[in-house]
Write a new protein. Structure first.
Length: 101
């Protein structure tokens, strides 16, 4: 299912990608495959899933810090510009929130 996100990095599948996202999040053990997917081909929905993990308090997957994954996305040569901009905004907001705490 993650490959669908990779094949259509800026699409939402007419809302169908949200259903895929929820199915994946309800599965156990998807996180490692998610990190691999994001590093292979950053896309709107696989990056969103990383952000949702971070928001839920998961900071790393199998020893890989999720914020580092997002930094890599921001520099990934094949990541769509919109995805890079979203990641940069998310990183800034997280850093601003951390400095307020």
């Amino acid at each position: 299912m993650l490959e669908v996100f990779e094949r259509f990095p800026e699409e939402d599948g007419f809302g169908g990608f949200w259903a895929l996202l929820h199915v994946l999040e309800a599965s156990q053990g998807y996180e490692s495959a998610l990190v691999q997917s994001v590093l292979r081909q950053p896309a709107e929905f696989n990056v969103l899933m990383i952000q949702r993990l971070l928001n839920a308090g998961t900071l790393e997957v199998n020893g890989v810090p999720l914020m580092n994954v997002l930094v890599e996305v921001s520099q990934h040569r094949s990541a769509p510009l919109r995805v890079k901009e979203d990641v940069a905004r998310y990183i800034r907001e997280r850093e601003a929130g951390a400095s307020e705490a």
